[in-house]
Design a protein around this ligand. Structure first.
Ligand SMILES: C[S@@+](CC[C@H](N)C(=O)[O-])C[C@H]1O[C@@H](n2cnc3c(N)ncnc32)[C@H](O)[C@@H]1O
Length: 284
């Protein structure tokens, strides 16, 4: 069932016809991209789950098409999925229509009024923070603190600006390159109907989260930039007669994990080499 508390019906997530971000994502090998994220989620699961015991309620804020709902159902009995874009939320609902333990709410992260204080065990805020205005982010963090149980968890996945000085943006006159401080100023307020996305100064983001009463359980930088990723990928065979690959896929996964671990052993290195950051937080 869909509950609504949005009174403005015009928000649409502007990813359609957005060429810059999709071009960036395409420069990454899809399998590596997904495996690195899977590594982060595995670590989340190992941290938050006690033996044979699931959490009760997870909240997926900015669920989009519900891509991460299966993960949330693997760690909690019930999932509440919210999104500001009704079109996307409806598609997620259609996909999970036979699943009785998922509840959908059409609202923004800053408007969680129907949820009482301390009612959820886990909040997933995956790749949404970079799309909202600074003000919306502040209000959302306040709501997260209010609705999270004292022993609950907040997972924040987002993108950061470390290790880069110039950024591409789409303008009416085409694509332009601007400096880091200009980019940060430009993307502090979301631009109606537009990406690019905000990229966070990680120290600033951490300080902000602490100000809102959260403490960091752990942090992983992931989505290694192509120039720093090991080159040896599994290639698809070009023809039926050709040997698929001499490499063992499991060995390849191990290699990805090892690379991530090694990059993450040095904060500055990790910031320079990876595009995204995952922060697992608790109430302080
Ligand atoms: C990049 S997608 C991420 C989807 C999903 N969390 C994932 O990781 O696959 C961003 C989603 O955030 C939603 N969104 C944007 N602003 C929001 C807000 N203020 N509150 C809730 N959802 C929002 C968009 O509609 C979109 O579905």
């Amino acid at each position: 069932m869909l509950n609504t508390i949005m009174n403005s019906s015009n928000y649409t997530y502007p990813d359609r016809n957005e060429r810059l971000t999709s071009r960036l994502i395409q420069s990454y090998k899809e399998t590596r991209w997904n495996l690195e994220e899977a590594y982060v989620f595995k670590k989340v699961k190992n941290t938050v789950l006690k033996e044979n015991e699931k959490l009760t309620v997870s909240l997926d804020v900015g669920t989009g098409l519900g891509r991460l709902i299966p993960f949330l159902l693997s760690i909690s009995t019930k999932v509440i999925a919210i999104d500001a874009d009704l079109w996307r939320l409806r598609r997620a609902m259609e996909f999970f229509e036979n699943e009785p333990n998922i509840f959908f709410l059409w609202t923004k992260g800053s408007r969680l009024d129907p949820l009482p204080p301390e009612c959820v065990d886990f909040i997933n805020y995956s790749h949404v923070a970079q799309h909202v205005s600074h003000y919306e982010l502040l209000e959302t963090l306040g709501e997260f603190y209010r609705i999270l149980r004292d022993d609950g968890w907040l997972l924040l996945l987002t993108t950061h600006s470390e290790g880069k000085e110039w950024f591409l943006v789409s303008t009416e006159n085409g694509i332009k390159e601007i400096k880091r401080n200009e980019y940060e100023k430009l993307t502090r307020n979301s631009q109606p109907g537009k990406l690019p996305v905000r990229k966070f100064d990680v120290d600033y983001l951490e300080a902000l989260l602490r100000d809102f009463g959260f403490k960091i359980e752990w942090k992983i930088y992931y989505h290694i930039k192509p120039e720093f990723a090991p080159r040896d990928e599994i290639e698809k065979p070009k023809s039926f007669n050709e040997n698929p690959s001499k490499r063992d896929p499991e060995q390849w996964v191990e290699e990805i994990i090892e690379t991530l671990k090694s990059i993450n052993s040095n904060e500055m290195d990790a910031r320079r080499k990876a595009l995204d950051v995952a922060l697992l937080l608790r109430k302080g």
